[in-house]
Design a binder for this molecule. Sequence first.
Ligand SMILES: [Zn+2]
Length: 207
Amino acid sequence: MQDIYELKEQLAQTIRTYHAKGWSPATSTNYSFRENADADVIYISRSGIDKSQFHEEDFMRVAMDGHPVLEDREIKPSAETLIHCVLYRFFPENTVILHSHSVYSVLNSQLFEESISFEGYEIQKGFAGQTTHDNKIHIPILPNSQDMVEFSTWMQARKDEFQHHAFVIRNHGTYAWGKNLFEAKRHLETLEYLLEVNYKKLIVTYK
Ligand SMILES: [Zn+2]
C-alpha cells in the first residue's frame, strides 16, 4: 500500500505533465484521489493553483459531500468538487479522477450532440474492458453548467453511458477515472488521443 505522501507526489507530477501538454491552462482543471476504495475522505486539488507549479501541499481534504474536513475548512476546494464526489459514489472501486480542459475535447464537443463514437482504433484497448479495436464505443457529451447540483442530476440520468470510465463536457473538457493513477491516466490519455485523431481526421475529410 502506498502512503499518502507518495500518492500526492505521483499525482502532482502527473498534473504538471498534463499542464505541459496544454490540458490545464490558466489555473483550470482539478484532480483527486482517495487512499483506498473504502475511504470517505477525498484529496482534491485546491482552487486557483497554476498547474505548472502544482505540488503535494496543494491538495486539500473534503468529505464525500464535497465540504472541506474541519482542518482544511479555510482552504477553497475546486468549484467542480461535487463532480468528483458523485463519481466516487457511482463507481466506488475507483480511487483517482483526472480532468482536462483540452482543445480537442472542446472542438469535438462542438461537432457532436449526445456522444462521440470511435471504431477501429488500436488505442481503444486503453479503456478497461476493451480487448479489440473492432468495437464501436461511445463517449457521452454532457452540457456544461456552473451549477454543480444541476450537473449532478445530469450525471445521474446518464450514468449507464459512462461505460468507458470517461465523459466529455461541452466547450469545457474531459473527465476520466480509474482504480488507481495508472488506470485513470490510461483512460484520460486514450480519450485525448482519440479526440485529437477524430478532429484531425474530420479536418482532412472535409477540406
Ligand atoms: Zn473544468
